[in-house]
Design a protein around this ligand. Structure first.
Ligand code: XIL
Length: 402
């Protein structure tokens, strides 16, 4: 909106060390003055025609404040435009930008590896910790691919993805020689979770324990786990993961929890029941696979994050990508629409204290699971950072690597 004669409002702030104003000029450069609680606290010369974030360093105690913004512009067309004001917390929370990484590419492509290490501070194995890879035959565990990725991660954090999933299961689980009994399949699950979580103790600090178990109508998806064991497999999975590594943070992860849908409401109910029963679940992962034509807006995401945070859960965006094929036809307009979607997601994660990590589902467009033509990621087909990469980093206030 144009600033017109000025803007005054009461805001509730956390303990802050700076305010950031996103502004652009009108028909000519002009000045913007900031007053906090009636005191003049800084001025900005707004010269850029494009949106620009200006930072005013300012120690402010937590609590309600009265903010006023005035402009020196006198002609109507010269009034600067204000997009948003952000407070920078005095002790910034740890915030990480991560990517899903594939060992089949990483092992042979140095450019891919270098792109990951240069741009991201957290790693999620894209497929290497799924049961079909880790236990391809009963009792035969294969960790070479996951270990390769752990070495690539170096000192970065790793999200373990994922212990219990209805997809990417080995055939010996989905088509056993003789049918499972409840007890025999529970024993398989227990052995699997204990073995995998224990192996990466103190290396993988966050696990997607249970992935995508709710259907769009809110019921539990039919999987071999549900069919043979019943819904209790979910609770057992969290308890066994906790027993194997009591320090790990344990997540429920799903697609389509970003909006107020039957599925999202069912996830809230399920997680709230689990918490009430003392099941060790610490967070919820929002996959946020989306598209430029229909991405969840910042306010929608924040409403959803708050609903889960109110249960005492941490929130992460765990698999973000933004497909562009159905978007505008000009590449420039596509890139802009995509930048808006990413900006909204990153801003929501920054604004909600429970959210401390945003992970994109792939290092770059060339490696995306939905195909390079969708150009859905932050690095391009040659693993060069697109402008949207910097937008996300700025919105997450990440100054060092990822
Ligand atoms: C996808 C991988 O990206 C693909 O490489 C694989 O072929 C199928 O699985 N939700 C999830 C992820 O939780 O594990 C999925 O990953 C994408 C959807």
């Amino acid at each position: 909106m144009p600033l017109a004669r000025g803007l005054t409002g009461r805001v509730e702030l956390v303990h802050s060390r700076a305010l950031e104003l996103t502004l652009r000029r009108g028909c000519q450069p002009s000045g913007v003055f900031l007053l906090v609680d009636g005191r003049s606290r800084g001025q900005i010369r707004v010269a850029s025609r494009a949106w620009h974030m200006y930072r005013i360093a300012l120690a402010l105690p937590a609590g309600p404040h009265r903010l006023s913004i005035r402009t020196s512009a006198t002609r109507a067309c010269a009034m600067p435009w204000l997009d948003r004001i952000d407070a920078v917390p005095a002790a910034p929370p740890h915030m990480a930008l991560g990517a899903a990484v594939r060992w089949d590419i990483a092992r042979s492509d140095p450019r891919y590896r270098a792109a990951f290490t240069a741009h991201f501070g957290s790693l999620t194995p894209e497929n290497e910790l799924k049961m079909e890879v880790v236990e391809p035959a009963r009792g035969r565990f294969e960790f070479a691919a996951a270990d390769g990725l752990a070495a690539l991660a170096g000192s970065r954090r790793i999200r373990g993805h994922t212990l219990v999933y209805g997809n990417q299961l080995p055939r010996w689980v989905t088509h056993p020689g003789s049918p499972w009994t409840r007890d025999s399949l529970l024993a398989v699950l227990h052995d699997y979770i204990s073995t995998v979580v224990r192996r990466y103790r103190r290396r993988i600090d966050t696990w997607d324990v249970v992935n995508e178990v709710i259907a769009d109508d809110g019921s539990l998806r039919p999987t071999v786990w549900l069919d043979v064991i019943g819904p209790e497999y979910i609770e057992h999975a969290f308890r066994w993961a906790h027993a194997a590594d009591p320090t790990a943070r344990l997540f429920y992860n799903d697609i389509g929890l970003e909006r107020d849908t039957a599925k999202a409401r069912s996830a809230v109910r399920m997680l709230s029941t689990l918490r009430r029963r003392g099941v060790p679940v610490d967070g919820v992962g929002m996959q946020d696979h989306t598209e430029v034509v229909n991405y969840p807006r910042q306010s929608t995401l924040e409403t959803s994050f708050r609903r889960f945070a109110a249960l005492g859960l941490a929130v992460e965006i765990t698999e973000l990508d933004v497909g562009t094929l159905d978007g505008p036809s000009s590449p420039g307009a596509r890139a802009e629409a995509q930048a808006r979607a990413y900006r909204d997601a990153a801003s929501a994660c920054w604004d909600i204290a429970a959210c401390n990590r945003l992970t994109v589902w792939g290092v770059g467009d060339a490696a995306s699971w939905i195909g390079p033509a969708q150009t859905p990621l932050l690095l391009d087909g040659s693993y060069r950072a697109k402008p949207v990469y910097d937008i996300v980093r700025r919105r997450l206030h990440i100054t060092n690597r990822g």
